[in-house]
Design a protein around this ligand. Structure first.
Ligand SMILES: Nc1ncnc2c1ncn2[C@@H]1O[C@H](COP(=O)(O)OP(=O)(O)OP(=O)(O)O)[C@@H](O)[C@H]1O
Ligand SMILES: [Mg+2]
Length: 251
C-alpha cells in the first residue's frame, strides 16, 4: 500500500544581506539549508544570530538574496502556503481597543476560516493557551504574558500544518511556559513546528531536533542527546549552548 507522504519543508541555500546605515552591508544569513518533516524543531542561537531573519524568509515577509523555501516540493508562496502556515512573530503591536475575542475573530477572518466555524475556532485556540476567561477583556488590560499567549493562539487558528513561533515564551510565567511546551510537544506529532528561542529549557525536553544557529550559519542540527554527546558529554543542552556560543554574541 502506498504510504502517505509526510509534509515537508525544505530550505535551500538561503542568503540574506542587510545594508547597514548607508556604510556597509552585513550578511546575516550565509547559506542555510535544512529539510523538516513533522516534529518539533528548536532554533537556538544568541541575539542577532539570524533566527528572526530566517523565520521572516520562511513565512514570506522577507525576500532572500539567494536560495528558496519549498513546501512539499513547491515554492512556499501564495495563498495555498498561507493556509497551512501559522505564525507568531517575535514582536507585534496589538490593537489595544480590541478584546481578545475580537482580535482572534479578525485574524480568523483574514485566514478565511468560514464564518460558521469562526466562533468555535476562536474558543478552541483561546483554551489551548488558557485565555478563554480573558477573551472579553480589552487588550489594553492584558498583561505582557497574556498578550504573548494571544499571539500564540492566533497562530493556532485554522490548525496549521506548519507552525512557526518566534520567541513564544517571552514573558510567560513558569506555569504557562510548561503548558505551552506540552501543547507544542503534543501538536508536533502530526505537524512541523519551528520554535526560535534562546531559552534552552523551552526546547531541551521536547524538541525532536535542535538547530544551532550562529552568525547566519547552521552549526549543527541534531536531537538533544546527540548534541550533548558531541559538545558536552554527560552534561545538558545549556552546556552545549555555552560551549558553542560562549560569551560571544551572534553577530
Ligand atoms: N531590517 C534590518 N536592517 C538591518 N539589519 C538588520 C535588520 N533586521 C535584522 N538585522 C540584523 O541582522 C542580524 C540578525 O537579526 P535577527 O533579528 O534575525 O536575529 P535573532 O537571532 O532573531 O536575534 P534575537 O535573539 O535578538 O531575536 C542582526 O545583526 C540584526 O542587527
Ligand atoms: Mg529574533
Amino acid at each position: 500500500m502506498a504510504q502517505k507522504t509526510l509534509p515537508r519543508l525544505e530550505i535551500n541555500g538561503l542568503e540574506k544581506t542587510y545594508s547597514t546605515s548607508g556604510k556597509g552591508r552585513k550578511k546575516v544569513l550565509n547559506g542555510i539549508s535544512m529539510t523538516l518533516t513533522p516534529g518539533l524543531y528548536g532554533i537556538l542561537g544568541p541575539n542577532g544570530a539570524g533566527k528572526s531573519t530566517l523565520i521572516g524568509i520562511i513565512t514570506g515577509g522577507l525576500i532572500p538574496d539567494a536560495g528558496q523555501v519549498l513546501w512539499n516540493g513547491r515554492s512556499a508562496r501564495g495563498i495555498q502556503f498561507r493556509r497551512i502556515l501559522g505564525y507568531a512573530p517575535q514582536q507585534q503591536s496589538l490593537y489595544a481597543n480590541y478584546t481578545g475575542r475580537k482580535f482572534l475573530a479578525y485574524l480568523a477572518a483574514l485566514k478565511e476560516i468560514p464564518r460558521k466555524n469562526a466562533a468555535s475556532e476562536v474558543s478552541r485556540v483561546a483554551e489551548a493557551v488558557n485565555l478563554e476567561k480573558e477573551l472579553d477583556k480589552r487588550l489594553a488590560a492584558y498583561s505582557g504574558g497574556m498578550k504573548q499567549r494571544l499571539l500564540v493562539a492566533s497562530a493556532l487558528l485554522g490548525d496549521p500544518k506548519l507552525l512557526i513561533l518566534d520567541e513564544p515564551t517571552a514573558g510567560l510565567d513558569p506555569k504557562e511556559r510548561v503548558r505551552l511546551r506540552n501543547l507544542l510537544s503534543e501538536m508536533a506529532k502530526e505537524r512541523i513546528i519551528l520554535v526560535a528561542t534562546h531559552v534552552v529549557s523551552d526546547v531541551e525536553t521536547v524538541a525532536n531536533q535542535v538547530i544551532l544557529l550562529r552568525s547566519g550559519q547552521v552549526v549543527d542540527i541534531a536531537p538533544v542527546p546527540t548534541l550533548i554527546e558531541r559538545y558536552a558529554p554527560g552534561k545538558g543542552l545549556e552546556d552545549v549552548y555555552l560551549r558553542i556560543f560562549g560569551e560571544e554574541d551572534g553577530k
